[in-house]
Design a binder for this molecule. Structure first.
Ligand code: SAH
Length: 243
């Protein structure tokens, strides 16, 4: 399955360049996650461009408010429709977007399959909510996809957006040094990764499995597959059953 995906990826879009526009009230939260390691390298290679937009800049109110009390009198605040609408409309007037995504605990659960799919996009908008969430009319009129990173509630969409971006950016060809290294990651082909080891081969008598030192590529591949299956059965029976 994934091998076909990669083939499609490589041939269908040779000059891939992804643009991600993130709408947030805390742009600084992205400085850390996006300035290190693989995402940093992807940005330097111009494989991906990430822009953060402060929703507050689009507020037309005197105090630059972005949230207000909920109708119906529930506890907590709700993010207002106008600043978000103005920001999305401005971006959409400048280019076409594949999806306008809202990070939301009630969205589609993020998994490797969804990351593979989203890594093919050229332009996406990602909206991060806060407080009690966003005015529902934003979802109805602007959002084309809602994504959750798990069945738990975060304080804001920023960390979720960073997780989502990391998972898709590393799949864009040219981002990882050895492209095939994404192929052997967990969840590709619905299997967890086999265990990995590095030097020293013997640490306090704790030895690396003999076979990995044998130099016999065929046997090593078989061992790795066997371990991947064993681990998936033990830890994630559900994944294994979906084979
Ligand atoms: N009241 C809402 C939770 C709001 S949490 C509810 O009970 O469903 C505030 C913001 O954090 C949300 O608007 C969303 O953008 C983000 N968020 C929280 N949990 C998330 C998750 N599991 N996945 C993605 N985004 C999440």
């Amino acid at each position: 399955m994934f091998k076909n995906f990669l083939r499609f990826h490589t041939f269908a879009q040779i000059q891939i360049k992804m643009r991600i526009d993130i709408l947030t009230i805390f742009p600084e939260m992205f400085e850390g996650p996006f300035s290190h390691s693989i995402i940093k390298r992807a940005k330097e290679k111009n494989v991906v461009e990430i822009f953060t937009h402060n929703i507050r800049d689009y507020s037309t109110s005197k105090h630059k408010s972005v949230d207000d009390y909920p109708f119906g009198g529930d506890a907590g605040m709700v993010m207002m429709i106008e600043p978000i609408a103005l920001c999305i409309e401005k971006l959409k007037s400048e280019r076409k977007y594949d999806e306008v995504i809202y990070m939301s605990p009630d969205g589609e659960l993020l998994d490797q399959k969804l990351s593979n799919k989203c890594s093919l996009f050229n332009n996406i908008i990602i909206l991060c909510g806060h407080y009690k969430g966003i005015d529902e009319r934003i979802s109805e009129h602007f959002i084309t996809k809602e994504i959750s990173i798990g069945d738990y509630v975060l304080s804001g969409g920023e960390l979720a957006a960073a997780v989502f971006c990391d998972s898709i950016i590393r799949l864009i060809p040219g981002v990882l040094n050895d492209e095939t290294s994404a192929l052997s990651d967990s969840f590709q082909d619905n299997l967890l990764s086999p265990p990995v080891y590095t030097r020293p081969a013997d640490f306090r008598g704790w030895k690396v499995p003999e076979i990995l030192l044998s130099g016999n590529e065929k046997l090593i591949k078989e061992w790795q597959m066997e371990k991947a299956i064993e681990r998936t059965k033990q830890r994630r029976q559900g994944l294994f059953n979906s084979h």
